[in-house]
Design a protein around this ligand. Structure first.
Ligand SMILES: [Cu+2]
Length: 120
C-alpha cells in the first residue's frame, strides 16, 4: 500500500495546481528549475512515496526511480529522475532497491530528502 503523509497544507496549495506537470514534461535526465511562488513562511511540506531505484548518480545528486502513484501530488506512476538534497541520501542505495522516499519542496523544486530501503 502507498503510505503518504503531508506535513502542512502548503504543498497542496502550491503544487496542486499543475506546476508539477511541468516537472514531468522535462526529458529524462534533466532537472527543471521550477520556481514556486511560495509564501514567505518557511513552511516545510513533505510527501512520502514508494518506488524502485533504476539508477543512481550521486555525483550529480540525482536518482532515477520508477515510482508508484503519488496521490498527494496527483502524479501517476512513472519512471523519472529526482534530485536529492544531499548525495548522502543515496548512500547504501543501489539500482534494484525498493525504497520509500520523502520529497520536499526546495528552493528550486522538489527534491528527495530521505530514502530508505524496503523489504522486497
Ligand atoms: Cu514522476
Amino acid at each position: 500500500m502507498i503510505k503518504k503523509s503531508i506535513l502542512g497544507l502548503g504543498l497542496f496549495g502550491i503544487v496542486g495546481t499543475g506546476v508539477v506537470g511541468i516537472a514531468h514534461a522535462v526529458p529524462d535526465g534533466a532537472v527543471a528549475p521550477i520556481h514556486l511562488a511560495a509564501a514567505d513562511t518557511a513552511e516545510t511540506s513533505t510527501v512520502s512515496a514508494i518506488g524502485v531505484v533504476q539508477q543512481t548518480r550521486p555525483e550529480q545528486g540525482k536518482v532515477k526511480i520508477s515510482h508508484e502513484a503519488i496521490p498527494a501530488l496527483d502524479w501517476p506512476p512513472m519512471t523519472m529522475f529526482f534530485r536529492v538534497k544531499d548525495k548522502a541520501v543515496l548512500e547504501g542505495i543501489a539500482a534494484g532497491d525498493k525504497v520509500r522516499f520523502e520529497l520536499e519542496k526546495g528552493a528550486t523544486g522538489l527534491e528527495i530528502t530521505r530514502m530508505e530501503k524496503m523489504a522486497k
